[in-house]
Each structure stands twice: as structure tokens, then as C-alpha cells.
Design a protein around this ligand. Structure first.
Ligand code: TEU
Length: 544
């Protein structure tokens, strides 16, 4: 049964290129998603977040859109897309589509026009500046290199915070905003139930000056971002009952996220932030080899949990997405089959009782792991391919660079979903666009469904609990044992009900501190019972 309040929804993220191929071309497609809707129905999710399927040269796997109104033929047709929506709706599943409007592909017609001449009507759709003995400023692209790209035709530079083929749109230009709102309304009329907005807090650029760092301070949560989001809300989805939106917020602050999501401000329904996923960055540097800091992980999550709640905002909660390594390899333990299963369940239980909208990334529900690619020829992601030579330039050895990529590359989460033990994990009859993980014979959906103690059924149970128990959605959150080196603990409270969650993130048994003595009904437990000790990777939730 469909949930009535969007706040009770659980979202499942699909990265279509790696989900299920039905044509044999080695890439997933829309029909592959339709084929697996019954599987998602069994899991019990409410929404699918579909990463971009629009026309694109695919330099950044669809985050470089060349036509917002067309479907990439590799994924299918508009009719397929309509059928996907109808088939999902028939099963009570809603779809939120990805909207990438900080930038377009340089193959988008707006940019093709814009680059022609300084007086082209589309010139101001993008951000063009003169150089000064080189690029206009020292800002860095998030994918490496200077963020300004020189263009021969007019001798000016355009801004691109991501790939050279992803040019930043000029939101100062009212015509750009109007065209974007029209496009959003087109997809609303098409039948969409929600949107995920890509790097939406970068759309308002402040001044264009040199920066002591990489330039973030000039465009992160920029001066007009709230005005633009409010304007967009009013011009598009704002009055649609139950419509769910989530903004991806790069390097944002708590204060801004409260503003983005406070209902009376009419901007967005919820936000992703990534601070808790930087706890394995050495001094803020992603391309480093470092074990994660557990206490820091808790502190950051709790700060956002309590802060967003106090401010009247709404969080999206997640361990993984298509830009992150696999969580069981990152905060869990994939060194043995037993530990993989236990720790994947522990991570699921820890996350799903938190406050906010939970997201599950494809394959997480069966505990898919990092890939361990040893050869550069196996990597596909533009960010990883750019990062490798930059690491070597910095003096990092080839061996170390590979180890870092094995830990951090976005490709870790982009390998094909492991459906069964047949060739290519049942993903394709052709040659997959990226290698399938070597462990697909043990880790796959078919096996998970056959085993009632699998990770899959832990996720299914957690989703069911969220639908049934109001305290999981509306309860306040009380962090516990913040400085404990092994246990992640908190309570949720609502209308006289209290849920206590205790999770042991270590591979040793740990005594439960007296302050946390628990009594009540066990809602979920990845072991048989619980007494005064948590077993390795044990997680429990108790209702009182
Ligand atoms: O990601 C934006 C973003 O800042 C990241 O999470 C990024 O992948 C990370 O900083 C790299 O270290 C979004 C999309 O999710 C991502 O897939 C796109 O590549 C990016 O925007 C550009 O559209």
C-alpha cells in the first residue's frame, strides 16, 4: 500500500547504465528497469530515483545533458520511459528523475550557439570571461585542472566546474531560468512524481575572483541560490501535493540546508549533504588512503540529525550513491562472507532508524562490494581517469594511486548489478561496459531472495517498519555514547514510544554500557538475541 505522507517514503536509486541490459549492448536500459519492477515491489520501496536518462554524449554518464527533452537512445525511447512510469505507478512506486541544471553538455544546442560569437543570442546562457595571461581565476574543477576552459572561436574562457564538456549555465540570465522551468514543467506533465536536483547549491555564482583555495567559497550556497530555488518552486512543482524533491548539496552548511528545506520557505523538500562521507579523506583530500574515523562519522551525522530537526528542515539519509564507494567495503567489513553479511545488515539498521528520508543505492540491498580493479584500463569514470595522472604528478606512485582508486573511485558503485550466477551476473548477454565484480557467483539477487536470512530481507523489514512505525519518521532523535569507539547508539522518541538503536561497528564483542541497558520489544536484530554484550557487527533496535 502506498504511504500517504511522502516523509514515510524510502527511495531506491537506479543508475540505469549498470542496472539491467535487455538489448545485449552491454549497457543497462529502461526496459531493464521495467523488467525488475516486481523485484523492487518485493523489496517494498516507495520511490525510484533514476539518474539521468536524457540525451547525452555520456562523458559523465548522463550528467552532461545535450537535450533535456529527449531520451538517450542507449537507454530507450520516450515511449519506453512512459511505460516505465505507468508500470511503476501500477505497482504503487513513484519515480523521481534527476535534473541537471547547474550545467549542460557542451553538445547542447544552447552551448553550440553560445560559443559561436560574443553577440550570439545564447552567449549569456553560459559564463564567459576574458583571460588575464591565462585563465580568469585560479578556481579548480571538481574533476581536476583549472575550472575555466579556453575557447578558440571567441578567445574567451567558459566556466566548467566539472568536466570540460559540462559548461556551467548562467542563472543570472532570466531567459535561462525561464527555459529551465519550462523544461521541468514538461516532465511534470509527463508524469514525474519528484526530482533530484544535481549540485543545485552551485547555481548562483558570486564574484569571480582568485581564491586562496579552489574557489568553492564563491559559488557554494551562493548569494542568490535561495531566491532561485524559491522562484523555481513557485514556477514548477511547488503546488503539487506530495511531490518530493531532493537537492544535492555540495560542501554545504547546516544553516543553508535548513533554509533549503523549511516548508514555509517553499524551496525543496529535502537535501543530501556529504560531510559524513569525507571521514576517510586525509585533510579533506579525497585522493588519499585513509581508514575512516568512526567517532567523526557519528559526530557529523548526529550534528546534522539534531540540527536539521531543530531548524525545521528535512534530511535525506544515505550511505552510498553512484559517486561513492560501496558502503560494506567502506564502513563495514568485506574481508569474509560472514562479516560482509553481518556488517551490511548492521549498516542498514543503523541508517534506517535515523531521521529523514532513507535512500538505498542499487546493489546495497544485497551487500555488493568494492571492485578492486588493478589495471587502469578497467576504470571508466572521468573523475578517476583525470585523478590518476594528477596523483602521479604529485609524486604518488602507480601502486599507491591504484590502491587509492580501489578505495575511492566512483566506479566502485557503478559495476553491473549482480542478478544471478550466470555469465556477467545476468546483467547482459553482451560485453558489459564496465567489468562485473568478481564475486557475483556468491553475491547476487537470486541467492539473496532464496535465503530468508539474507541482507535483502533486512532491508525489506526496515522498509516495512518505516511504513508501520510513526516514531521512525516523526520521532525526535537523541544521540548516545558519542565518544564510544565501537558503538553507534541513539534513541528516537514520539508520542510516548521510544526506539533504541545500538550497533557495534567493530569485529570484537563489546559490552553494552550500563546507561544503555535495554528492555522492550526487539524490532530487528542481526543476531538471535541480545543481553549485556553486542556481538561482532551486531545491531539491534528495541521498542519501548
Ligand atoms: O555530483 C556532484 C559532486 O560534487 C560529487 O558527489 C562528485 O561526484 C564528487 O565531488 C566527486 O569527488 C553530481 C553527480 O552526482 C555526479 O555523478 C556528477 O558527475 C556531478 O554532479 C556533475 O554533474
Amino acid at each position: 500500500m502506498a504511504v500517504t505522507d511522502w516523509k514515510k517514503s524510502v527511495v531506491y536509486q537506479i543508475y540505469p547504465k549498470s542496472f539491467k541490459d535487455t538489448t545485449g549492448n552491454g549497457q543497462g536500459d529502461i526496459n531493464g528497469i521495467i523488467e525488475k519492477l516486481d523485484y523492487l515491489k518485493v523489496l517494498g520501496i516507495d520511490y525510484i530515483w533514476l539518474t539521468p536518462v536524457y540525451r547525452s554524449p555520456m562523458n559523465d554518464n548522463g550528467y552532461d545533458i545535450s537535450d533535456y527533452y529527449e531520451i538517450n537512445p542507449d537507454f530507450g525511447t520516450k515511449e519506453d520511459f512512459k511505460r516505465l512510469l505507468d508500470s511503476a505507478h501500477a505497482r504503487g512506486i513513484k519515480i523521481m528523475s534527476d535534473i541537471v541544471i547547474n550545467h549542460t553538455s557542451t553538445y547542447h544546442n544552447w552551448f553550440v550557439e553560445s560559443r559561436k560569437s560574443e553577440d550570439n543570442p545564447y552567449r549569456d546562457y553560459y559564463i564567459w570571461k576574458d583571460g588575464q595571461d591565462g585563465p580568469p581565476t585560479n578556481w579548480e574543477s571538481k574533476f581536476g585542472g583549472n575550472a575555466w576552459q579556453f575557447d578558440e572561436a571567441t578567445g574567451q574562457y567558459y566556466l566548467r566546474l566539472f568536466d570540460v564538456t559540462q559548461a556551467d549555465l548562467n542563472w543570472e540570465n532570466e531567459a535561462v531560468r525561464r527555459d529551465i522551468y519550462d523544461m521541468i514543467n514538461y516532465w511534470i506533465d509527463f508524469g514525474m512524481d519528484g526530482f533530484r536536483f544535481d549540485v543545485i547549491n552551485l547555481i548562483s555564482k558570486g564574484s569571480y575572483d582568485n581564491s586562496p583555495k579552489e574557489g568553492k567559497e564563491f559559488y557554494t550556497d551562493g548569494p542568490k541560490v535561495h531566491d532561485y530555488l524559491h522562484e523555481m518552486n513557485r514556477a514548477t512543482f511547488g503546488d503539487k501535493e506530495g511531490f518530493m524533491t531532493v537537492g544535492e548539496m555540495s560542501s554545504t552548511t547546516l544553516e543553508h540546508c535548513i533554509k533549503y528545506t523549511k516548508p514555509e520557505r517553499q524551496e525543496l523538500s529535502s537535501v543530501f549533504n556529504f560531510h559524513h562521507l569525507k571521514v576517510d579523506y586525509q585533510d579533506g583530500e579525497k585522493w588519499s588512503e585513509m581508514p575512516y574515523d568512526f567517532i567523526e562519522l557519528k559526530k557529523i551525522l548526529f550534528r546534522w540529525q539534531t540540527g536539521i530537526a531543530a531548524g525545521g528542515g528535512w534530511n535525506a539519509i544515505f550511505w552510498c550513491n553512484h559517486d561513492q564507494p560501496r558502503v560494506v567495503s567502506r564502513f563495514g567489513d568485506d574481508s569474509s562472507e560472514e562479516n560482509r553479511v553481518l556488517s551490511a545488515k548492521m549498516l542498514a539498521i543503523t541508517l534506517h532508524f535515523l531521521q529523514g528520508t532513507p535512500y538505498i543505492y542499487q546493489g546495497e540491498e544485497i551487500g555488493m562490494t568494492n571492485l578492486g580493479f588493478e589495471d587502469m584500463s578497467q576504470y571508466r569514470d572521468v573523475e578517476s581517469l583525470n585523478a590518476y595522472p594528477i596523483m602521479l604528478e604529485k609524486g604518488i606512485s602507480h601502486e599507491e594511486a591504484i590502491r587509492i582508486l580501489q578505495q575511492k573511485s566512483r566506479d566502485n558503485s557503478r559495476s553491473p548489478v549482480q542478478w544471478d550466477a550466470s555469465d556477467n551476473a545476468g546483467f547482459t548477454t553482451g560485453t558489459p561496459w564496465i567489468d562485473v565484480a568478481h564475486n557475483y557467483k556468491t553475491i547476487n539477487v537470486e541467492r539473496a531472495l532464496e535465503d530468508d536470512r539474507s541482507i535483502f530481507y533486512t532491508y525489506q523489514k526496515l522498509i516495512q517498519l518505516r511504513h508501520d512505525l510513526d516514531v521512525m519518521t516523526y520521532g525526535s532523535i537523541v544521540p548516545e555514547l558519542i565518544d564510544h569507539p565501537q558503538i553507534f547508539a541513539y534513541r528516537r522518541q514520539y508520542k510516548g514510544q521510544e526506539v533504541t538503536v545500538l550497533a557495534n561497528f567493530s569485529k570484537e564483542a563489546v559490552k553494552i554500557p550500563a546507561s544503555m541497558a535495554i528492555m522492550g520489544e526487539t524490532l530487528i536484530n542481526n543476531y538471535e538475541g541480545v543481553h549485556d554484550t553486542l556481538q561482532p557487527y551486531q545491531a539491534v533496535a528495541i521498542l519501548k
